[in-house]
Design a protein around this ligand. Structure first.
Ligand code: C5J
Length: 223
């Protein structure tokens, strides 16, 4: 067993069973001029984590460990977007409407793409997900079974929405989950802080948190 210095206590892991899941680092959430900004959010907060996310991706790749990317998006005919989701957004800019970077959150549109600097490498799995959680309506679980991954390190956006939802889904499925504190972000700083607290509360009720540096050191020591 190897170890990552984490909160609320060290995260022990088996090197072959660990994988990185990068949640929704999409242009529409993170880039200036995208959907997220058009809703009045300060996307520069999210952009700041790009170097840390990149370091994690490169570390996992360099150790030959799996990197899985997720993308929140829907089919062009919106058949996988329940009205309850579509009708909840700002009425002037809903999923499927023309947005600043193509149709909002539609697969294949420029805004739905992953940031070029974090682009999936050859052979890396990309999960297109219709929900906030990456297990709902996807084959993520089957991919993880095939890879033998039981311990998941998370990065990406937004902390309290798609990241937290996916961690909770994973926790209920028996995965051990760790969130890289400086490689995740929210448009709302207080929501990020509360999510980190919620994850670690009650002796890691959802999982662990650690710094990117801590994760990278743990992987290095496991070599
Ligand atoms: C949101 C996400 N915030 N990726 N999506 O709607 O967290």
């Amino acid at each position: 067993m190897s170890e990552i210095a984490a909160k609320p206590f060290p995260f022990f892991f088996d090197r072959p069973a660990i994988a990185l899941i990068v949640i929704d680092m999409q242009r529409d959430f993170v880039e200036v001029g995208g959907f997220g900004e058009s809703l009045g959010n300060d996307v520069l907060r999210l952009r700041k984590i790009v170097p840390a996310v990149r370091r994690l991706i490169e570390a996992f790749r360099s150790h030959g460990l799996p990197v899985i990317h997720t993308v929140e998006c829907h089919r062009p005919d919106l058949s996988d977007c329940p009205p309850a989701k579509r009708n909840r957004g700002d009425p002037r800019l809903r999923i499927g409407d023309p947005g600043p970077m193509g149709r909002i959150l539609i697969a294949g549109e420029p805004g739905a793409a992953i940031l070029p600097e974090l682009a999936p490498g050859p052979g890396e799995i990309v999960i297109e997900k219709p929900g906030k959680g990456a297990f709902y309506g996807t084959d993520l679980g089957a991919h993880l079974d095939r890879l033998g991954a039981r311990q998941l390190v998370f990065a990406g956006v937004t902390t309290e929405v798609c990241v937290q939802t996916t961690m909770r889904e994973a926790n209920d499925r028996g995965y051990e989950c760790l969130l890289a504190e400086d490689a995740t972000e929210s448009y709302f700083p207080e929501f990020k802080a509360a999510t980190l607290d919620m994850i670690r509360a009650q002796c890691a009720i959802v999982g662990w948190t650690a710094t990117t540096e801590g994760v990278i050191e743990g992987l290095r020591d496991a070599e």
